[in-house]
Design a protein around this ligand. Structure first.
Ligand code: F6R
Length: 606
């Protein structure tokens, strides 16, 4: 949460920062700000406001853009409301600071350093700026080292000292910072997407090390002042530079990219018609010998885990739990060295998932992380990593990250089935034949997006909606409902359709929209009879049904035929249909599809 950028180089910094902040806006969009330092005159300019980066751009419009060093921030409010004063950067004396994370003991620090009368905002960040300024006597490293000894919580801090021209300093605990050479200078950011088009390699700043960013050099020091060699990795996300293309919103672009993203996630892992996880280096013995699986994840990523649970429990005689990462520890989970913990995360930075993973590892469990962002914290914390090849996902609502997570999970489960003797060669071949068809089946749905748009138009006035199904359909709908509620603000509940009559059916009245998926052969008859129960109470039912299923003579408000695949693979065409439904409802309601209210893409607070 919160996006941070910093640049020092030859070019005017204001435009560099504004462009980078726009790319990072999905991390938080309550307010934005930047501070620049003119190396020749020593003059600092601080601009910040509640609102979006476009509002900040307006404020900066008439500035003389001559400074070549600066820091910027886009905020997701935690401490203190959304206001100009609470926007970052914060200034205290010579110190200008941007921060991502939470300083848990900021009230204690205010008392300890008697800062109350110095502070203008309600933020934890300004307290850190004031402490840094107390310790600053011309030696940045000394001030940083003395300050961080007092900090409890998570932080990515980027500091500009007004008497240190052309240099930025950064340090972090948990919250990420990456840095790169970007042609005409050096840049740092919370996320690789903002490092600039010229950057080819990047480094992840290690925790509790001091980064110094100079115009032409990136230096790294440990807390004893010893200089260390930064480790650089390739940036291979070309789509970072593509922007929205001809699409009105990133969400639509990312929905449309799914067939390619799925293929890219499978590509290196299917060799000569067999699942091959060699590149992921996950040992077969580990997949063969584990006796329990436990998924830890949040939101959409957790829903991907629920789909995997259906797969696993249908193939192996094995328990699988899927837990909200934020609740994991409180349930005192049973974990040992035979437990395979699967941490699923697009960003690889979700703090709840990261903390749950650390807890599981302390109990002796082995872990595989399914991650989209290379080098992210969860990837580095896990024993093994399977990277998804979704490319950067900018829209806050996750789409292609989810379906590529599903592909990674299908591959992992398929490999487990092979090494545990559940699949012989023929079964593995058939499973893979189905999986490689998923991108084409999704494309068939995408080609009918106008049909789904028509269905969406019928839902624009709904205040509440339900999504009902059983088994795998229920897992698919949990994700469909999350998508609809987060981008359209329609209160939507996914319900196991057999459970409705135990209470919730009381909420079904004349014209309540009910979305149902019917994709599983063994569940079809029961699902259709649950649909008739809500229709009898006046519900208006939209049905997404596997095209080969016979619906007899029943009538529905709308029916969309999903391209047929073997039952367990129907999650692919069904998910893309539900994503499109949510997208069109949001767009037609005139909402900011990519940046739904109150949300941020990367959730780095507990
Ligand atoms: C919803 C959505 C969120 C994320 C969740 C976990 O569309 O994107 O529910 O799935 O915040 O984020 P990651 O996958 O980055 O750990």
């Amino acid at each position: 949460m919160c996006g941070i950028v910093g640049y020092t180089g030859k070019e005017s910094v204001t435009d560099q920062l504004l462009d980078a902040l726009e790319l990072l806006e999905y991390r938080g969009y309550d307010s934005a700000g930047l501070a620049t330092l003119n190396g020749e005159t020593g003059k600092v300019k601080l601009r910040k406001c509640a609102g979006r980066v476009k509002d900040l751009r307006k404020i900066c419009r008439n500035d003389k853009k001559i400074s070549t060093c600066g820091i910027g921030h886009t905020r997701w409010a935690t401490h203190g409301g959304v206001s100009d004063e609470n926007a970052h950067p914060h200034r205290s004396g010579d110190v200008l600071l941007v921060h991502n994370g939470i300083i848990e003991n900021y009230e204690e620090l205010k008392d300890h350093f008697m800062l109350h009368k110095d502070l203008k905002s309600q933020t934890d960040t300004e307290v850190v700026a004031a402490v840094l300024n107390r310790f600053y006597q011309g030696n940045p490293h000394e001030a940083i080292c003395r300050t961080i000894k007092y900090l409890k919580g998570t932080f990515a801090l980027v500091v500009m000292f007004s008497d240190q021209p052309d240099i930025l300093y950064a340090i972090r605990n948990v919250s990420p910072i990456v840095a790169a050479y970007n042609g005409d200078g050096t840049m740092l950011a919370s996320d690789v997407v903002a490092l600039g088009a010229a950057a080819e390699k990047y480094m992840v700043v290690p925790e509790y090390m001091i980064l110094e960013l100079h115009k032409d050099e990136i230096k790294l020091f440990d807390l004893d002042g010893k200089q260390c060699e930064p480790e650089f990795m390739d940036i291979d996300w070309d789509t970072t530079r593509g922007g929205k293309g001809s699409y009105p919103f990133y969400m639509e672009k990312e929905i449309m990219e799914q067939p390619d993203a799925l293929k890219a996630t499978m590509e290196s892992r299917i060799v000569e018609g067999k699942i091959d996880l060699t590149a992921d280096a996950i040992p077969d013995e580990f997949l063969r010998d584990c006796n329990r699986i436990c998924v830890i994840a949040c939101g959409t990523a957790m829903h991907a885990g629920l789909v995997a649970k259906v797969l696993v429990q249908s193939k192996f005689n094995m328990h699988m739990n899927v837990e909200y990462a934020s609740e994991f520890m409180y349930g005192n989970p049973v974990l040992d060295e035979k437990t395979l913990v699967l941490a699923i995360s697009q960003s690889g930075e979700t703090i709840d998932t990261l903390e749950a993973l650390k807890y599981a590892r302390r109990q002796g469990a082995k872990s595989v992380a399914i991650i989209n962002v290379k080098g992210s914290s969860i990837a580095r914390e896990s024993d093994y990593v399977m990277y998804t090849a979704a490319g950067p996902e900018i829209a806050v609502a996750s789409t292609k990250a989810y379906t590529t997570q599903l592909v990674a999970l299908f591959l992992l489960v398929g490999r487990m089935a092979k090494v545990r003797g559940v699949f012989d060669e023929a079964a593995e071949k058939e499973y893979l034949e189905n999986l490689v068809e998923a991108p084409a089946k999704m494309l068939e749905v995408l080609e009918q997006k106008n049909e789904i748009h028509k269905i969406a138009r019928e839902m624009l006035d709904a205040k509440d909606a339900f999504m009902i199904g059983r088994g795998l359909d229920y897992s698919i709908l949990l994700e469909g409902a999350l998508k609809l509620k987060e981008v359209s603000y329609i209160h939507t509940e996914a319900y196991a359709s057999g459970e409705l009559k135990h209470g919730t059916i009381a909420l079904i009245t004349e014209n309540t929209p009910v979305v149902a998926t019917v994709t599983q052969t063994n569940l079809k008859d029961k699902e259709l009879s649950n649909i008739r129960e809500v229709q009898s109470r006046g519900a208006s039912v939209v049905l997404f049904v596997k095209e080969s299923f016979d619906l007899a003579d029943a009538e529905y408000a709308d029916v969309f035929a999903l391209p047929a695949m073997a039952d367990e693979f129907m999650v692919f065409p069904a998910s893309v249909a539900l994503q499109l439904l949510a997208y069109y409802v949001s767009m037609d309601k005139g909402l900011d599809v990519d940046k739904p209210r109150n949300l941020a893409k990367v959730v780095t607070v507990e």
